[in-house]
Design a protein around this ligand. Structure first.
Ligand SMILES: Cc1ncc(C[n+]2csc(CCOP(=O)(O)OP(=O)(O)O)c2C)c(N)n1
Length: 670
């Protein structure tokens, strides 16, 4: 049971948070046009759970009702209000609003709107905190941090929660999942999310330790249950399953404060009134009065309530000084290109795949914060790119993951938040689409929003040139590039594959590394030592003066070079510019080449329509229009899916002959 001091502390916190929520609700108009999300009536879950935990080392993955949890974790009410209004003085300088807040230093996962995302990302973060403690810092092993991850009954249906449970259980992570079951997901009643009385059978199915559902308006019941789970996890000798605690409550305010008056449209007035009668603060006053007369009496209660009210009023006073933001922030952390200690000398012929494997090993050797994970990677992965790494570095550095790209991406982001350098393998790049939301909406925005770098590498094979299908070879770089905040790298040679991958590991931004599947066995000259090819710098593969062939990716670069050789015999001197990276795009190199040749043919393997080529073409038209002798032309895959038959692939993908024909037409009008 709590000590008398703990009883009083929780009363004070509950009082402060109740006033805070009420004032946010009452003064919602001041935050317009932004919405205010409170969740009145649910305070006890967050105050009880967080009061049971240890704020100096446990972790928090909040949900959008977690306003009450944050001050206990050191994110002050002033900071919360500044964030609610997206003021210039807020932690994120006007980016995002409301409860969308977090702070890695204070061990709070940044909250994003995607339901369940924080719980999923939290799995990677808590895992990373332990790795950091045991293998990097090698101290503080007496402390066993636990992640408290909150989410609602609606989120229980989402893939992110599936990912969170799956990662937590398969990696035996010290996590307490806390379900705030407020009976509603916006306007949808719980019965549409779940059949049966409780959600715990689902959690049990994942191997989580479940508890009898808790009355979530009773701060002590929540505290006691969470405390018990924390003790079990912290003191376990062997790997202990994560816990799942379902807290039943009800939100007596609207989904956001602005629609409270409309709630009767989806809940009965009786039900709302019934739960209003179970107000957590009033229930707690009654409990304290009956049990703790010696430390709690009417006078003490009045003192605490008055102090809480005054504190919150002062917090709102501070808001007067907050101002509107007027500054957009950059999307990438600036990186100075990594340099080699000594210039590489030992050059030999190795395959594209071996070059990547060598880069992975050298990155791991030189930095023990690099960890590799994905499907089948311990045994080399299905393409053999990660072979022999497990034998050399062991299972703490390279490990297999469940067959779920969303889980892998969430875990990678969490590891990066824990200041490791994760390298997630996507077995085939198109399956990254299952992880697109977290990659683009968390990883791709993190630096802009927070100013904190998020160094991570997502790598895998892409592209055609072999018999397959759309599911295995669809090109998705245009979607990723359009999302923003992700560097996108396309190595075309074994040399670049190694040098660019080593750069990706020290970039400090999320880097998507697209390997050409059909080129894994192609050989090229590669230095044995570590070296770096700068990200964002194109390479001229063949000089020329008549036309610029602008391309990227190993397959198209190879074909463009072959086409240029054929064209040379026909007295057309084509320059081949290999972009190497789609983002950042080396626009200077593009303009320099086009200004020299006056003509441009853009070639890529991805579909022509709405592809990266359109961006390149637009850039040339914007900045080199007067240098052009003829319009910029694009070649790309035809509309429709990739196919299994090479006969059809020849029709679908731009071929060497197509490049030659297009150039002849541009240059000679043939
Ligand atoms: C993936 C995703 N889909 C839809 C939404 C829009 N949305 C915001 S809150 C919400 C309801 C969440 O319900 P629940 O998880 O029960 O939490 P509660 O609001 O009841 O606390 C929805 C659907 C979202 N934020 N994320």
């Amino acid at each position: 049971m709590p000590t008398p001091e703990e009883y009083l502390l929780m009363y004070r916190r509950l009082a402060e948070m109740t006033f805070f929520g009420k004032m946010l609700d009452e003064r919602k108009e001041e935050f317009k046009p932004l919405k205010v999300f409170t969740g009145l009536g649910q305070e006890a879950i967050y105050v009880g759970a967080m009061s049971a935990a240890e704020s100096s080392y446990d972790l928090l993955a909040p949900d959008h009702r977690s306003t009450c949890a944050l001050p206990i974790w050191g994110i002050t009410e002033e900071e919360i209000i500044a964030q609610y209004g997206a003021f210039a003085e807020s932690l994120y300088g006007g980016y995002n609003f409301g409860i969308h807040i977090g702070d890695t230093k204070r061990r709070v996962v940044r909250f994003i709107s995607d339901m369940g995302a924080d719980a999923a990302i939290g799995t990677g973060m808590i895992d990373g905190v332990y790795y950091m403690r045991d293998y990097i810092d090698k101290n503080g092993a007496d402390k066993n941090p636990v992640l408290l991850a909150f989410f609602g009954d609606g989120a229980m249906s989402h893939a992110n929660i599936h990912s969170a449970f799956e990662m937590a259980s398969t990696r035996h992570l010290p996590i307490i999942f806390i379900l705030n079951n407020n009976c509603l997901a916006i306007k949808t009643l719980t019965e549409f999310q779940n059949v049966g009385e409780e959600f715990s059978p689902r959690a049990k199915g994942y191997g989580l330790r479940t508890h009898k559902a808790v009355f979530g308006n009773d701060v002590i019941e929540v505290w006691r249950t969470v405390k018990g789970a924390l003790d079990q996890i912290r003191n376990a000798k062997d790997p202990h399953p994560p816990h799942f605690i379902e807290c039943n409550t009800f939100r007596v305010s609207g989904h956001n404060a602005h629609e409270t008056g409309e709630m009767w449209k989806y809940v009965s007035r009786e039900l709302k009134r019934e739960w209003e009668g179970r107000n957590p603060l009033e229930l707690y006053s009654l409990l304290l009065r009956s049990q703790k007369d010696e430390v709690f009496n009417e006078q003490k209660k009045a003192e605490i309530l008055l102090a809480a009210k005054e504190k919150i009023e002062k917090v709102f006073e501070a808001k007067k000084n907050y101002t509107a933001p007027h500054k957009l922030k950059p999307i990438f952390k600036e990186t100075s290109a990594a340099a080699c200690a000594t210039p590489p000398t030992t050059v030999r012929e190795i395959t594209y795949s071996a070059a990547i494997n060598e880069a992975l090993k050298q990155a791991m050797e030189s930095d023990s914060k690099v960890r590799i994970f994905g499907q089948d990677v311990q045994l080399g992965g299905v393409h053999g790119v990660t072979k022999d790494i497990f034998e050399r570095f062991g299972s703490e550095r390279i490990f297999n993951m469940p067959l779920d790209e969303n889980s892998i991406m969430a875990f990678a982001i969490g590891q990066a938040l824990a200041k490791l350098t994760p390298c997630a393998e996507m077995q085939f790049f198109p399956f990254t689409e299952y992880a697109l939301a977290l990659l683009t909406r968390f990883a791709g925005t993190h630096f802009s929003v927070t100013g904190e770098n998020l160094g991570m590498v997502v790598r895998g094979p892409c592209g055609g040139g072999f018999s397959s299908n759309e599911e295995h070879q669809k090109m998705i770089e245009a979607a990723l590039a359009h999302a923003g905040g992700l560097k996108i790298v396309f190595p075309s040679t074994p040399y670049d594959a190694k040098g660019l991958l080593l750069s990706a590991f020290c970039d400090g931004n999320p880097v998507v590394f697209c390997e050409q599947i059909a080129h894994y066995s192609k050989k090229g000259r590669v230095p044995e030592e570590m070296f770096y090819v700068p990200i964002g710098k194109a390479a001229v593969r063949k000089e020329g003066k008549d036309i610029s062939l602008i391309t990227y990716g190993a397959l198209m670069v190879e074909w463009a070079i072959k086409a240029a050789e054929i064209l040379q015999t026909k007295n057309i001197d084509a320059e081949v510019l290999d972009l190497r990276t789609v983002v950042p795009m080396d626009k200077e190199a593009i303009l320099a080449s086009v200004k020299k040749t006056g003509r441009a043919l853009i070639v890529h393997e991805a579909k022509k329509d709405f592809g990266v080529g359109a961006e390149i073409s637009a850039h040339i038209n914007e900045f080199a229009f007067n240098d052009l002798y003829s319009p910029v032309i694009r070649l790309g895959a035809k509309e429709g899916p990739a196919t299994a038959r090479m006969e059809l692939e020849k029709l679908r993908l731009p071929q060497i002959e197509d490049i030659v024909a297009a150039v002849k037409e541009i240059c000679n009008g043939e």
